[in-house]
Design a protein around this ligand. Structure first.
Ligand code: SG4
Ligand code: ZN
Length: 299
């Protein structure tokens, strides 16, 4: 494999195991990447480079399941292949994001013990071997998730609490547009208890797509810079925690601002009337530990 590494297993939220036996497995994600213990495989890198294609038209629907934003695709024209996936062709099923309450955490994977502000996940399934996403999700080589860290703009490597406020740039178009739309548009939820609905989400969709474009989800850029990636065999990071995921984590991150992260945090958590923002949704967050949460909507 390309960059192959051994990592110490991350111990997920403890209550998951009782409800989802797979969470007790031996290849659970996320993990902490110990860069000193990573093994590189340059031969594999040159013989089977990772390749991908994501036409913008494949993104069909923005969904708020109550704990993240997610874009469902029709998979048309998309593929991810090569690298640890060898010759199998994986199609993009959906992409979604994880973030935290504060800028100092939010990523699911960590690098040498340090968290990023967020993590974008592009979820693919193996169309060479399986007929449906559901079938692939049960197989050990069924899924491939490409992860891209979201790093707070202006922070050196990681973010350290309050000093970050100074690093917000004025030409943050994402913030400007959103604020405008929210304040002056019809999308603003004026009545107390009203949920931010589809139009609110649609407004955000533009920004999410822009965010993805800024890292070039129809890539090229990552290949050129050739920063490589880390890969390991792991699982879904949320219940049912299927151990079916080949993880590919780009070393190259996307920069985001404090305000962009706040937009994510302000997504509504519940479907009707309950004013509870989706503050954080990364692997270790209490959201997932609450059994009440499962009964509401499930992961
Ligand atoms: C997020 O909760 C997504 O919304 C889920 O997507 C996803 O589950 C889950 O994360 C786990 O995926 O890349 N973080 S992860 O390991 O992709 C699946 C849906 O629920 C099965 C559709
Ligand atoms: Zn995810």
């Amino acid at each position: 494999y390309f960059f192959f590494f051994l990592i110490s297993a991350y111990v997920g939220p403890s209550t998951w195991v009782t409800k989802f036996p797979m969470a007790a497995g031996s290849r659970q994600s996320p993990v902490n990447i110990e860069t000193k213990r990573v093994e590189s495989d340059h031969e594999a890198l040159s013989s089977k480079p990772l390749r991908w294609k994501y036409p913008a038209t494949a993104s069909r629907k923005l969904v708020n399941p109550g704990y993240c934003w997610r874009v469902d695709t029709d998979g048309e024209g998309t593929f991810l292949s090569g690298g640890p996936l060898m010759d199998d062709v994986y199609k993009l099923e959906q992409y979604h994001c994880h973030w935290g309450c504060s800028d100092s955490r939010g990523s699911e994977h960590t690098v040498d013990g340090q968290a990023f502000a967020g993590e974008l996940h592009l979820v693919h399934w193996n169309t060479s071997k399986y007929k449906t996403f559901a079938e692939a999700a049960k197989a050990s080589d069924g899924l491939a998730v490409l992860g891209v860290f979201l790093k707070l703009r202006g922070s050196r490597y990681l973010m350290r609490g309050s000093q970050l406020r100074n690093s917000i740039r004025a030409n943050d178009t994402l913030l400007a547009d959103t604020t405008l739309r929210y304040k002056n548009g019809r999308d603003e939820p004026r009545r107390a208890g009203r949920t931010r609905g589809a139009s609110f989400l649609r407004a955000r969709f533009v920004h999410i797509v822009r965010l993805c474009n800024s890292f070039e989800i129809c890539p090229g850029c990552i290949k050129k810079h050739d920063n490589g990636y880390w890969t390991y065999l792991g699982s879904l990071t949320t219940p049912p925690c299927n151990e079916s995921v080949t993880w590919i984590l780009f070393k190259k991150y996307i920069e985001v601002s404090h305000h962009q992260l706040n937009i994510f945090r302000n997504l509504r958590k519940f479907p009707r009337g309950e004013e509870c923002p989706c503050h954080e949704n990364h692997g270790v967050c209490s959201l997932w530990k609450s059994s009440e949460w499962y009964s509401r909507s499930g992961p």
